[in-house]
Design a protein around this ligand. Structure first.
Ligand code: ACO
Length: 270
């Protein structure tokens, strides 16, 4: 992905790490700081759009504005070839408070590092660049692959995680996050929480709405702790909610997390 400006002052070396402060990596020489900041915003926005397009999302999950309002970290990979270089892809991660099921079906409150958005330019896929970027992130964040939660992975990403990191054994969840065997065993004694009874008068809101991570976690805890009116019903929760809404539905019973494959997550309507 090319841009009409020199990427070196904006992104620095091959790997560029950007947080919510959106600081350009290098010095611009004659280019003003404000201009570099604007160029960085352009790069992030364009990457976000390209990733959304590749995933069939109606709105980008990643943008400069969203970066500013979340404590996410963006790893950008670039080709440093002169004269201007090109951007090859990016990986966005961030810590999120989640309520996840362990293998025995118990709900646990955890705050794992989550893979939120990941994209390698179409012309560069399947050349090992995704792996290079992912491994750089693991090294800098000091996490192991099985410690990550992944927000609605695409089939390509699931294949990628299987191939490079041996992550194939999913622990089924009732939300949109995917975790793998080893997720809990590498954690120090997470707080076990009793499953809260859903209030019968209110519909259940799933974790993510139409797109990933649009809700700031500070603003609203995830389902089922944020029960409120008027939420859309979709995805893996739909069968339970329809049962719950029906006249004979048992509104007092918590949902049984039916085992499901990640491929049933659905790519439409995020
Ligand atoms: N079809 C199937 N599997 C694929 C594909 C594809 N088109 N592309 C990559 N993979 C998987 C395969 O396991 C592949 O191994 P193989 O070629 O032997 O089959 C492996 O990834 C290749 O590894 P890398 O070359 O290191 O990965 P790459 O540079 O292609 O990056 C990525 C992987 C980021 C998933 C890339 O394919 C991509 O950008 N896809 C489109 C966007 C996307 O789906 N992003 C993930 C969204 S979900 C989220 O971000 C939480």
């Amino acid at each position: 992905m090319e841009f009409p400006f020199d990427l070196a002052p904006v992104l620095g070396e091959r790997f560029c790490v950007v947080d919510q402060h959106l600081r350009p990596a290098g010095r611009g020489g004659t280019v003003k700081r404000e201009e570099l900041e604007q160029q960085l915003r352009t790069v992030i926005d364009e990457l976000g759009k390209a990733s959304a397009k590749a995933q069939g999302l109606s709105t980008p999950v990643t943008s400069a504005t969203r970066m500013e309002s979340n404590r996410h970290v963006l790893y950008i990979l670039r080709d440093t070839c002169p004269p201007r270089g090109a951007v090859l892809g990016f990986l966005k991660v961030g810590y999120k408070k989640l309520f996840l099921l362990d293998r025995a079906g118990a709900h646990l409150q955890v705050e794992p590092l989550c893979v939120l958005d990941f994209y390698i330019h179409e012309s560069q896929q399947r050349r090992g660049l995704g792996r290079e970027l992912f491994e750089e992130m693991l090294k800098r964040e000091r996490v192991r692959p099985e410690q990550l939660a992944v927000d609605r992975p695409s089939e390509k990403l699931l294949g990628f995680l299987r191939k490079h990191f041996g992550l194939w054994d999913l622990i089924p969840q009732v939300n949109n996050f995917v975790i793998f065997e080893g997720f809990f065993s590498t954690r120090t004694a997470p707080a076990r929480r009793p499953f809260p009874r859903p209030r019968p008068e209110e519909p259940i809101k799933p974790y993510s709405l139409s797109e990933r991570d649009f809700l700031r976690e500070e603003a609203e805890p995830p389902w089922p702790f944020n029960l409120s009116r008027g939420s859309p019903v979709r995805g893996s929760l739909r069968p339970f909610l329809l049962r719950r809404d029906s006249p004979g539905g048992d509104a007092q019973s918590p949902p049984e997390p039916a085992p499901r494959r990640a491929s049933s997550l659905g790519r439409v309507g995020r």
